[in-house]
Design a protein around this ligand. Structure first.
Ligand code: F0G
Length: 414
């Protein structure tokens, strides 16, 4: 690693500290864990954030918020134009649920089609400064695609490890197309993560970019700044799917930084949604106990098929401190919500990303509260629609088919 890998200077206005014992990490750890107690590390920004500096920053997407990111001002980002995704009001789905202020933060519009790009631009920029030899991650698919793309842009080799036969083909195709070396392991994401954690310990040339990496979290926290700016206020509820539990921790960190700097007065209630067959965090929240890892998680939403979420402590803290909750939805509920978003809103999300929308029916919100669901991944990634198009042989047959559509739906229109 290069010269920047040594002491992290306090004069930069940020430090890397342990979330448990609070001790500072003096050097960057290969496994992103505290050398004293083994818990997770996070970036602590000690510089005061001013609203003007934060919201009037220049540059595209997340680098606009450079004042809140752990870099010197001269850093050149490894960027593909991530962040700055639309906040879309969902009148139709909201109307059906009796919610007048329902929104989707459409992170499927990031360069590789998921929220992972927000964190990856920051982690890979850091890795480039450190001069690492290769970048590595375990993944259910989206992190792999994102890492592969940013590694390609940075000119650094990438290695991704996925659960064999457990990743949507669109995501695997992305990783290959961006030039990653792709490996499959038997078992689940949790087995893949264990393997890469062992790998970075024995080979220091590899830089780990799973969400344990505190720089990933820094990029992802920016979603909170954008949502606050786009909505013009702090939402009452922030609902998102939970897998390895990095994103809920990251967005919570963003909202907390806004409040700590006096930019906002409130924070949203954070609501984590898991699939019934892969819900260790929701179970820990409900039972008020320590997380018990699940050996064989199962769900149609492969992105969140995770039994041992690495950031569970941070996530539980986010939910508890904010007064939020965690709940589960069934695979059928997920697929139904996904269809509704497509057919009623023109919003195509991947299965995991439909989980928060599926949860809305169970959450019993009051009519006028502001609810933002994070649409974490693009539906094109795992689209397997086996219906086939109807054949049209001539203009006449086209006209009669179109006319029959019109008459079948007569009375439904305005
Ligand atoms: N939604 C999508 C589309 C995801 O890909 C993931 C995680 C999540 C939600 C959950 O986010 O892990 O921060 O709680 N995907 C990871 C991956 C695990 O490897 O792509 P989380």
């Amino acid at each position: 690693m290069g010269e920047d890998a040594g002491l992290l200077s306090k004069s930069k206005g940020w430090r890397i500290v342990c979330i448990n014992c609070g001790k500072e990490a003096e050097t960057e750890r290969p496994d992103s864990k505290c050398k004293y107690c083994g818990d997770l590390l996070e970036v602590s920004i000690s510089a005061k954030l001013e609203a003007r500096a934060l919201f009037e920053g220049r540059g595209p997407g997340i680098w606009r918020f450079g004042a809140a990111l752990p870099f010197n001002s001269g850093t050149t980002p490894i960027s593909l134009g991530e962040g700055g995704t639309p906040l879309v009001r969902l009148e139709n789905v909201g109307g059906g649920l009796g919610l007048v202020n329902l929104y989707a933060k459409n992170d499927g519009q990031n360069p590789t089609g998921s929220f992972k790009d927000r964190g990856m631009t920051v982690a890979v920029t850091r890795a480039k400064a450190l001069g690492v030899r290769a970048l590595v991650c375990a993944s259910t698919g989206n992190t792999a695609a994102s890492l592969a793309a940013y590694g390609a842009k940075a000119g650094i080799k990438t290695v991704v490890v996925v659960p064999k036969n457990g990743v949507a083909s669109g995501k695997l195709g992305q990783a290959f197309s961006y030039g990653a070396r792709v490996f499959g392991v038997g078992g689940s994401f949790d087995d893949a993560l264990r393997l890469v954690l062992d790998l970075v310990k024995v080979d220091k040339g590899f830089y780990l970019v799973n969400s344990l990496n505190p720089f990933r979290i820094e990029g992802q926290k920016v979603a909170a700044f954008e949502i606050y700016e786009q909505l013009g206020r702090v939402p009452d509820f922030l609902v998102l799917p939970v897998g390895n539990a990095g994103n809920i921790s990251a967005i919570w960190k963003g909202f907390k930084e806004l409040r700590a700097n006096g930019i906002t007065r409130s924070v949203p209630k954070m609501i984590g949604v898991q699939a019934e067959g892969a819900a260790p965090l929701a179970k820990a929240f409900v039972s008020r106990r320590k997380l018990e890892p699940l050996k064989e998680p199962h769900t149609v939403a492969s992105a969140i098929k995770i039994g041992n979420p690495v950031s569970w402590k941070k996530a539980l803290r986010a939910i508890e401190e904010s007064g939020g909750t965690a709940l589960t939805v069934s695979d059928d509920e997920i697929m139904k919500a996904r269809s509704e978003l497509g057919a009623l809103e023109g919003l195509l999300v991947e299965a995991a990303s439909a989980a928060p929308f599926a949860a809305l029916r169970k959450l019993k919100f009051q009519k006028s509260v502001n609810v933002v669901c994070v649409a974490t991944g693009n539906g094109l990634k795992d689209l397997a629609d086996h219906r086939s198009e109807q054949t049209i042989e001539s203009v006449d047959s086209a006209r009669s088919i179109v006319a029959s559509i019109g008459s079948a739906e007569a009375g439904c229109g305005p």
